[in-house]
Design a protein around this ligand. Structure first.
Ligand code: SAH
Length: 236
């Protein structure tokens, strides 16, 4: 039967021959959208057990089962890079989540800052966007998307050993470059960080101010450009 280019994420364990039940949405996608039939082959990953070729073993309107049979890729660790960004309007937040996933961020932390225009998100929607982006870009894991946090709370609980790169468009700072070890990129809102806010962040020993170049980038552009710079040298 057809080997498709379809890749699906499942949270369930993957091992040869063990049935993997899919969600009703996934069954709908395979049957009604992609018009697959039982016997088709597709790929599945779960963020832990690598990627597997799997046979579509059963399919109905609301249910489907995969049977993994051949491991196609070993699980590899994602670069340990977080994106912490001030919440933007809905479409731009959606764009940032999709692009951060494609670029390899392993955790996405939406933030509430002094000038954020939104203070809540639909986490299910963002997680669905990240999942679909991970399926499309052939990642082996889906980044974790955390509920929005106030900036001060994020900093108060900042994990030891993780370098935080503060993207500051107003000060001369070294151009952001890849670093080894756990890292994070902090991007402000459309109106920028408020002065006292910026100084409070920069005062932490784990923070380094960085430039993303001589032009003032829109926040969503800064998140994308910053991650590209940070992850440019990630091991292939
Ligand atoms: N203060 C800007 C608007 C903020 S840009 C203005 O006057 O128009 C949105 C965010 O993108 C900033 O908070 C910063 O984190 C980041 N950013 C944009 N351009 C940048 C640059 N050239 N270097 C570093 N960070 C940048």
């Amino acid at each position: 039967m057809a080997t498709t280019s379809i890749r699906l994420y499942t949270p369930l364990a993957l091992l040869a021959g063990a049935d993997v039940p899919l969600s009703a949405e996934q069954a709908h996608y395979l049957g009604n959208v992609m018009r697959l039939a039982v016997g088709a082959t597709l790929r599945v990953f779960n963020g832990r057990d690598g990627e597997w070729e799997a046979r579509l073993a059963s399919l109905s309107r609301k249910a489907a089962t995969l049977q993994p049979h051949t491991k196609t890729r070993e699980q590899i660790r994602d670069p340990d890079c977080w994106l912490c960004f001030a919440l933007l309007k809905r479409q731009k937040t959606d764009l940032v989540v999709e692009k951060a996933t494609e670029l390899g961020a392993c955790l996405i932390q939406p933030l509430i800052t002094a000038r954020t225009q939104a203070d809540h998100v639909n986490l299910d929607r963002l997680r669905a966007i990240a999942t679909e982006a991970a399926e499309q870009c052939e990642r082996l894991a889906v980044p974790q998307i955390r509920p929005p946090l106030p900036l001060a709370a994020l900093l108060a609980a900042w994990p030891a050993g993780r370098a935080l790169h503060l993207a500051d468009e107003r000060r001369t700072a070294p151009l952001l470059a890849p670093i080894a070890g756990p890292a994070a990129l902090l991007i402000g809102p459309e109106g920028g960080f408020a002065g006292p806010e910026l100084d409070a962040v920069a005062a932490h020993p784990f923070v380094t101010r960085v430039s993303l170049g001589p032009r003032i980038l829109r926040a969503e552009t800064a998140a994308i450009a910053g991650l590209a710079l940070l992850l440019a040298s990630e091991p292939s």
